[in-house]
Design a protein around this ligand. Structure first.
Ligand code: ZN
Length: 239
């Protein structure tokens, strides 16, 4: 019986490990998806900043075109000077030229302001790009870590399944059957250790005589409260 219980104890540990691997397997894709979302958000944010720069450049080009048009108007108006016949006409033309020059001056000022904003946006963008790259690297590292753990889990899964197969053949089928039934009913735990006269599955006190019997590991003893098979791990854990 002692050997059978020891084998069953090992099987229980393997089953718990398998359960954990399975939980990670289920959890990791969700974590990966979250990382992907974070990655996209970083890129999107940067893209928005870039779009701001593009619209500023567009504004600059438009204002430069406007300025050229104004300058062209000035040239044309100045060209008319030679055709002027009266003083009134001359005065009117001067006023017109003056107005266009003022407008051109305003556009020039606006261009300078846009250029300044472009400069600042470029600096800001460079800083943001560095930040984005650092963040993307962090996310990538996290993704690699998850992938490695997944691969590790798969390797462990294979190993443990193989050992489980071996154990399942060595343990009496009736004992396996009982274990499986208990495991199903009791949150994946069919065999449980007893420490200090207490079942570690339900934490209910085990009668002293029963505890002594469990320590002998000679017979199949089950917790009077949760029905699980009791096991004594030994090694300084007496009493
Ligand atoms: Zn119990």
């Amino acid at each position: 019986m002692k050997e059978q219980l020891e084998l069953l104890w090992e099987l229980q540990k393997i089953d718990l490990d398998l359960k954990q691997i399975k939980e990670e397997r289920d959890r990791f894709p969700k974590e990966m998806k979250k990382l992907e979302e974070k990655q996209n958000l970083e890129k999107e944010r940067f893209q928005k900043e870039k779009e701001k720069l593009e619209s500023l450049e567009k504004e600059r080009r438009k204002k430069e075109r406007d300025l050229l048009m104004e300058q062209d108007k000035i040239k044309k108006a100045e060209g008319k000077m030679s055709e002027v016949k009266t003083n009134k006409e001359y005065q009117a033309l001067l006023t017109e030229i003056e107005t266009i020059k003022e407008s051109a001056g305003r556009i020039e000022e606006e261009i300078l302001m846009v250029l300044e904003e472009i400069d600042e946006t470029k600096k800001h963008l460079m800083k943001k790009e560095k930040e984005m790259k650092a963040n993307l690297e962090k996310i990538e590292a996290e993704r690699k870590r998850i992938e490695e753990r997944l691969a590790e889990g798969e390797r462990a899964w294979k190993e443990k399944m193989e050992r489980k197969d071996v154990l399942s053949k060595q343990i009496d089928s009736s004992l396996i059957k009982l274990y499986n039934t208990l495991k199903e009913k009791r949150q994946g735990i069919g065999i449980v250790s007893v420490k200090k006269e207490t079942c570690q599955g339900c934490f209910v006190h085990v009668p002293p005589q029963m505890f002594i019997e469990v320590q002998k590991t000679n017979s199949l003893i089950r917790c009077p409260n949760c029905n699980r098979i009791l096991y004594f791990e030994g090694d300084g854990e007496k009493g």
